[in-house]
Design a protein around this ligand. Sequence first.
Ligand SMILES: Nc1ncnc2c1ncn2[C@@H]1O[C@H](COP(=O)(O)OP(=O)(O)OP(=O)(O)O)[C@@H](O)[C@H]1O
Ligand SMILES: [Mg+2]
Length: 264
Amino acid sequence: MHLHVQNLSVRYPRRHGWQWWRGRARDTGVHAVRNVTFRVDGARIVSIVGESGSGKTSIGRALLKLAPVASGKILCDGTDTALLTTRQFHPWRKHMQMVFQDSGLSLNPRHTTGTILSEPLEIHFPALTSGERRERVRTLLRKVGLAPELSARYPHELSGGQRQRVNIARALAVEPGLIICDEPVAALDMAAQAQVVSLLRRLQDETGFSCLFISHDLALVEQLSHHVLVMHNGEIVDSGPPRTLFTHPRHARTRALIDAVPHL
Ligand SMILES: Nc1ncnc2c1ncn2[C@@H]1O[C@H](COP(=O)(O)OP(=O)(O)OP(=O)(O)O)[C@@H](O)[C@H]1O
Ligand SMILES: [Mg+2]
């Protein structure tokens, strides 16, 4: 999928009661993202880096209508989804999947892996028979490097790395054009991180989805991404291919992020 974000601003409103002397309610909302423009072209991995609170997650959530868009355009293959109502957005929802940091929280603890992976198939591919669905679940598990037997397990019976693989499998189930990964490996140990990242890379080569990868780990970002955006205070302050960006940082914020990683 081609994603083209133009002048996107995200603002979380927070209203205090009516103030008669102002003639309106006082609004002390948070401007989390200001005037951000970038594109993710087909089958590419674009990373967003930046310190905590710089607005990375807000961008990801705004793309899925989970955060309030104050202004700007979100062009998905040419259609401005920022203008769509939640209902009109529904068919697009399938094309954009999100994988979160906390692999445990995003999986229903009362469902087995098999059920978790069948659910999106039932919703988005209602024509499949239950046998075909079971076969697809097995294929998905194999794709992310998990044994088919794991479909009988509950999330708490899996390791963190395995749970994150289940999350990725669930995102892949609906054959999305764009996967938004928000710190997908931050909660994993080094070995599991490396495995999940190379898995993402391989799956992208095979399947050709576009990926928006949110992370504050520059070493990972350098390995993984085709293009990097540096955020500070809700704005993109620097961008470029990782090699160029990290060897010739133009912005003080990029340099500060690099200095925080000794071996880069
Ligand atoms: N639901 C919300 N309501 C109000 N303000 C919010 C909300 N979510 C985030 N914010 C604010 O928006 C700003 C950007 O937050 P965001 O979560 O996008 O940052 P981030 O770059 O993802 O940070 P981190 O690296 O810690 O995850 C912060 O100032 C945050 O306090
Ligand atoms: Mg975040």
